[in-house]
Ligand binder design. Structure first.
Ligand code: CUA
Length: 323
């Protein structure tokens, strides 16, 4: 009974569920990975049970029967492992071609650049025009998204476990990854290669939408930033431009055209702030602007704590309004 209870809580101990689970597949590639995983797990349990049963049998057996030892060692120690590893190898090799699909064959092209420590995301139109956003990838369900992956600084690795396997972003190289989401919902991606102090703060909101909804969202992203809607937001916009924020950030439709940090044109509509570090609202943004490194060690963005509180709040109000 106790054993059964212990077994029942096992699934809760391992992260089998949630927005970042490879076993809760929401895409074709993740389904393949999950299927292989379940076969491997089942096989491992079977082998473990067999070995333990043999062990118990050997403990309880008193008399010796000469002549069987070498046969058992040859069968269990040579033939079995060779057979099992060959099956696993063939199963793995058969999955390889599917992981080398070309981004150019997909329905949608997205360039992703891993930066220290955030994600630059660019949607490329059929005519080559790019729409840039950051730390959020929205995808249409049942369409193949082709990613081209690069990095300007160190090696990162893009991993959205619910949608598929991971792939590295290597400076000086262009890697490709094709993912086909099958289920709408909100998932989470992460950087899966240690890339410096704030590697753990390099997350990604991944939202799979119905295709029509996605097209409407992308149309909004193409638009320049909305105009400030209140006096506070108008003041925030002035302060944003006067405080030098535009040296690093772009807000399309304003003179701010920096390319070092994330594009903020529709920043207010993103679920999180600082690449998944904080929930995105005016209060968290105010504290972020005052000192980003308190949330994200060694963040490249300088602290703006020298500005008066009211000014920082106005800038936060302006940016939160950029939807
Ligand atoms: Cu980027 Cu780890």
């Amino acid at each position: 009974m106790r054993f059964a209870r212990a077994l029942a809580i096992l699934p809760f101990l391992c992260a089998c569920d949630g927005p970042q689970s490879a076993l809760r597949a929401a895409g074709r590639e993740a389904e393949r990975v999950a299927t292989l995983w379940w076969w491997l797990a089942g096989g491992a349990v079977l082998i473990w049970v067999t070995v333990v049963a043999l062990l118990l049998f050997a403990f309880h057996k008193r008399e010796e029967r000469p002549g069987r030892g070498p046969l058992l060692i040859l069968g269990g120690g040579v033939v079995m492992p060779t057979l099992v590893l060959t099956i696993v190898l063939v199963a793995g090799l058969r999955m390889l071609p599917a992981t080398t699909a070309r981004a150019s064959d997909a329905d949608l092209r997205i360039d992703v650049s891993g930066e220290e420590w955030w994600w630059r995301v660019r949607y490329i139109d059929a005519d080559g025009q790019a729409v840039e956003t950051a730390n959020e990838i929205r995808l249409p369900a049942d369409r193949r998204a082709g990613f081209t992956l690069t990095s300007p600084d160190v090696i990162h690795s893009l991993w959205i476990p619910s949608l598929g396997g991971k792939r590295d972003l290597v400076p000086g190289r262009v890697n490709q990854l094709v993912l086909e989401p099958t289920r709408t919902g909100t998932y989470r991606g992460a950087c899966a290669e240690y890339c410096g102090t704030s590697h753990a703060h390099m997350l990604l909101d991944v939202i799979v939408m119905e295709p029509a909804e996605f097209d409407a969202w992308l149309d909004v992203q193409r638009e320049p930033a909305p105009a400030p809607a209140s006096d506070v937001e108008r003041r925030g916009r002035e302060l944003f431009l006067a405080s030098g924020c535009g040296a690093c950030h772009t807000v399309r439709g304003t003179p701010a055209a920096g390319g070092v940090g994330p594009d903020l044109t529709h920043f207010g509509a993103r679920p999180s702030l600082g690449a998944g570090t904080l929930p995105n609202n005016a209060a968290t943004l105010t504290r972020w602007i005052e000192d980003p490194s308190q949330f994200k060690p060694e963040a490249r963005m300088p602290a703006f704590g020298m500005l008066p509180d009211a000014d920082v709040r106005a800038i936060a109000a302006y940016l939160s309004g950029l939807r």
